[in-house]
Design a protein around this ligand. Structure first.
Ligand code: NDP
Length: 333
């Protein structure tokens, strides 16, 4: 495992990390969740990602119990939570949604209990909230940091402009600024990480914990022969994702995945490993958060670390040619 600095902070995170979305408290039983955490930890993973909204808090409970049962030293791993939606993405209750001082504070307290920890290493604003002044959220995060309940805070899917505004508020009022962003990043989804945030990596020194590195499993290649039937797209409540795994655009993506599969074979690796290694090749990725519902998936994916060296400039150019997804750089003027 390689350990990378989270942006310009002093915190080092494993380049491959492990998250609980869809799986914990939903798709898999608690024993499997525990086995997955142990596999990840034994493979060098030190960062476990979670959120209030994952299985309405149950994902945090399952992760908290597993971490406690496994008895890992608290200083040997990092754990996160995220605030925005409340218990479900469809929640509209006025006081349990958004980034108000109240919701940010209450979700932190609840996450600490569910995860059975005294502090969150990372605490993310899961989306921007247009109805809360950014300075209010920055101040609430700063208070949690000063109280020792949170060590670093960040954003998820905020625009570069919103992140810059949070930094401006922090400078103006002497508060802690966000140090990390959690964006989607994979071979089919590149612009935000490669273009929009490009000016934030050097100054102020943004770190990234990227999500869905395998595009929800599409880049594992297992959908090439049709729906395998035992994956997340068959789960109740995941109909929206299943719809994305159908139709013309999906067929087009499958052709690309099939070609990438040939390239992976030529390089002596596998599609999931290639997809993850490709993310890690980007030095602005602090950590790629893996998802996995089965232990064999994690065991395979952890080997991706060794495959980064296979991705020479020539191989990267071939991947770009096959995928055709390289975004245009930002115009200079
Ligand atoms: P991926 O894109 O890597 O998808 C993971 C899924 O792909 C697995 O659960 C499994 O699905 C399948 N898979 C993984 N490896 C293999 C393999 N070797 N062979 C076959 N299938 C495989 O990541 P996720 O979409 O799960 O996202 C990762 C994490 O990112 C989440 O857990 C969460 O922590 C975070 N996240 C954050 C978001 C945000 O808004 N901030 C949004 C989404 C995720 P299956 O069970 O179907 O087999």
């Amino acid at each position: 495992m390689e350990y990378r600095r989270l942006g310009k902070t002093g915190l080092k995170v494993s380049a491959l990390s492990y998250g609980a979305w869809v799986t914990f408290g939903q798709q898999i039983d608690d024993e499997t969740a525990k086995a997955l955490i142990k596999t990840a930890y034994d493979g060098g993973v030190t960062f476990f990602d979670n959120a209030e909204v994952y299985a309405a808090g149950q994902a945090e409970r399952v992760m908290g119990k597993a971490l406690a049962d496994l008895g890992f030293a608290r200083d040997s791993f990092c754990v996160s939570s995220k605030v925005y939606w409340g218990p479900t993405t469809s929640n509209t209750h006025p006081t349990t949604r958004g980034l108000s001082r109240k919701h940010v504070t209450e979700v932190c307290h609840a996450a600490l209990k569910r995860l059975r920890v005294d502090y969150l290493d990372l605490y993310f604003c899961h989306r921007p909230d247009r109805e809360t002044p950014i300075a209010e959220t920055v101040a609430a995060m700063t208070d949690l940091i000063r109280q020792g309940k949170v060590l670093y805070w960040g954003t998820s899917e905020w625009t570069a402009r919103d992140i810059a505004l949070a930094h401006a508020a922090a400078r103006e009022y002497g508060l802690y600024a966000p140090v990390v962003e959690q964006p989607q990043y994979n071979l089919f989804h590149r612009a935000r990480v490669e273009v929009e945030y490009s000016r934030l990596y050097e100054d102020p020194g943004l770190g990234t914990t990227v999500w869905s590195p395998l595009a929800s499993g599409l880049l594992s290649g297992k959908y090439l022969e049709g729906d395998p039937g035992d994956t997340r797209i068959s789960m109740q409540g995941m109909e929206w994702l299943k719809e994305r795994f159908e139709g013309e655009e999906f067929e087009q993506k499958c052709k690309i995945v099939a070609e990438l599969g040939n390239l992976a074979g030529e390089l002596g690796t596998t599609l999931p490993r290639l997809g993850l290694a490709w993310c890690l090749k980007n030095p602005n990725v602090s950590t790629a958060i893996m998802g996995a519902s089965k232990v064999y998936q994690l065991e395979e994916n952890l080997k991706a670390m060794n495959d980064v060296a296979l991705l020479t400039d020539e191989v990267m150019a071939r991947i770009d040619a096959v995928a055709g997804t390289r975004p245009e750089p930002e115009p200079l003027f």
